[in-house]
Design a protein around this ligand. Sequence first.
Ligand code: AMP
Ligand code: MG
Length: 416
Amino acid sequence: MNPRQEDHGCGHNERLISLNDALAIIRSELQPRSDSQKLPLRAALGRLLAKPVHATLDVPNHDNSAMDGYAVRFQDLQAEQPLRVIGEAFAGHVFAGTVGAGECVRIMTGGVMPAGADTVIMQERAQRQGDEVRFEGKHPLGNHVRRRGEDIRAGDVVLPAGRRLGPADLGLLASIGISAVEVHRPLRVAIMSTGDELRSPGEELQAGQIYDSNRYTLHGMLTKYGAEVLDLGVIPDQRERLREALERAAAEADVVITSGGVSVGEADYVTELLAERGNVGFWRLDIRPGRPLAFGHFGSAVFFGLPGNPVSVMVTFYQVVQPALEHLQGQTESKRLQLRAQLEAPISKRDPRREFQRGVMTMLDDGSLRVRSTGNQSSGVLRSMSAANCFIVLPEGVAELQPEDWVTIEPLMSFG
Ligand code: AMP
Ligand code: MG
């Protein structure tokens, strides 16, 4: 662990680590895994390809027509004489003969180009009378012919290793006749909430108690990400209970995520346990919300100790944990999207940390994007996340932002 020493000009030195540095350290410490399984195409939706996929055939695998019309010999068009229709080439029904001088074949979209023909004339430009057809206008050589291999050539890498398979990818794989693919095994992620004050929904609250929401947001984010979630429940602030839960989590899961108990002043056994059985660094991240964060290994599992505040959990998950999981699984490209939008109302930013405010973006009639804050941005107010459709990313430093000022936003849907 290598937190940077930084002075943010707010009157005191703090050991803060920037988000980018934290991600770089995480990537350098986590080796992408290699275990994979073969799945039928439909079951592979949302999974990560373990190996590149090469095409074993050309797509399309024969020259074919892009239009309904007539397949002709280009040279015959120069005579401007009617051509004789000698047969039909419909999709799935190949014309077996050869088009000779003065001849043509009625062809439909997707129909295989008959031998001898090199150009298609769309039917709107043709006048047919019985077996004879006349064409209007000029028609370039090869017009409306889709060439063999135009889309994909045999041997091409159609999808790289590390690609998360979407609906188009399933179709692409099907189009080259592939019915099963090698994908990475999903990560098994154990989650637990720590805190004596926490109860689960369905239980009665006593004085001073609150409902645990972090296991629910984590369950949702992890499931959407494509992980298998092992929920270990609420763990009270007791050394032995926490030790047992962490041991079990590390034995059964690839990754362990806890929430709560990493802020300064928490009972020391969290730190102690992590020091005993693991190699975990405590970071003070230069982001808001979500300053305290622990990262490292506990036993054989990768460990993330997230802050307790519900919004901090979601922000640190999306900004730190999910990129780490992607790296761990060998995902090579992220679908994470950043856009620029103009503020609807002023925002004053008094904390120098990079801030992930929760926002609502809308598109105006002229296509430009506007964004407004969801209101109370306290890290305990989960409604600010639930009402949001994007993060408003306010860079390091302090600022008074005015209406119409441009800001970077990250649509939440691009997180999965
Ligand atoms: P901690 O990091 O444990 O000091 O927790 C910070 C704040 O987050 C406290 O107000 C906790 O009550 C709250 N908190 C911790 N864990 C949860 C949870 N699982 N669900 C809701 N709030 C929580
Ligand atoms: Mg706590």
